[in-house]
Design a protein around this ligand. Structure first.
Ligand code: NAP
Length: 240
């Protein structure tokens, strides 16, 4: 298998970390970003010859630009970039102090990262851009309004880039991964169901990336729920 140069934004835990572990085990060269430097260093120690790290908070543009530039300087050509960074809170009371970090991270910071990576791929003339959005972005969710709205934003943004890439004629691929519930720190709330193990989710993400899917629900059973949820008339949706 050809070794790739990969960037993972948000690799310190959960889905991003699992993707790092799997891609690193295949011998790929990987640049990883997150705010928690000690966790980045821990991952580098696992694969010291093939891992480069850069600490950044994606809500801080200068820091983020420097981190991505530093990784690019080390890795040179980037084949694949996966944006996992994200946050969200249960916020039924509409506390703005809770909504704000979600918007800053999942909308403002995320857009900066995605655009920067897309520009790199334009310069290179090729690359595969992947974002972990969410099946939760298909409908407005009153328990987490900013989170569900931010994921709807990401879904539309990825579609825009997919169309842009198609029209440009560049060899740029754009993949939108939409997990259902995954057993990570992010899965919050009572009575969660169909919470999928990170192992299974990350395997299915890697398979979707390999097949250059335009979008994929993970795990696959979440695709069924997503179709039902998306097509449910509001008159019914508002009652459940
Ligand atoms: N778990 C689920 O049920 C679920 C479902 C659908 C979609 N997703 C999406 O999957 C993605 C990964 O989440 P996860 O489930 O793996 O949760 P997680 O374990 O909490 O991982 C979140 C990752 O995002 C990084 N991050 C958060 N804020 C950041 C910031 N300001 N700057 C840089 N990095 C930041 C974290 O790193 P640092 O803390 O080190 O910065 C961490 O690596 C998220 O986009 C999430 O919305 C998750």
């Amino acid at each position: 298998m050809n070794k790739k140069n990969i960037i993972i934004i948000g690799a310190t835990s959960g889905i991003g970390r699992a993707l790092f572990e799997k891609y690193a085990a295949e011998g790929n060269r990987i640049g990883i970003v997150g705010r928690r430097t000690h966790l980045l260093d821990e991952l580098r120690q696992e694969h010291p010859d093939t891992t480069v790290v850069a600490t950044a908070d994606i809500t801080k543009q200068d820091e983020t630009a420097q981190a991505i530039d530093a990784l690019r300087a080390e890795l040179k050509d980037i084949d694949l970039a996966i944006v996992c960074s994200g946050t969200g809170d249960i916020n039924a009371s509409l506390d703005y102090a809770l909504e704000r970090p979600t918007i800053d991270t999942n909308v403002t910071g995320w857009t900066f990262v995605i655009d920067k990576l897309y520009h790199i791929f334009e310069q290179q003339g090729h690359g595969h851009l992947v974002a972990i959005t969410s099946a939760g972005g298909l409908r407005g969710e009153p328990m987490a309004p900013a989170y569900s709205a931010s994921k709807a934003y990401q879904i539309n943004y990825m579609e825009a880039l997919r169309k842009k890439a198609y029209k440009s004629g560049n060899h740029i691929h754009v993949t939108d991964i939409r997990p259902g519930l995954v057993d990570t720190a992010m899965a919050k709330g009572e009575g969660l169901f169909w919470v999928m193990p990170v192992e299974k989710v990350s395997d299915q993400i890697i398979s979707a990336i390999r097949r250059q899917k335009s979008k994929a629900y993970v795990t696959k059973r979440w695709h069924v729920l997503a179709i039902i949820n998306k097509n449910l008339p509001f008159a019914i949706y508002k009652r459940i």
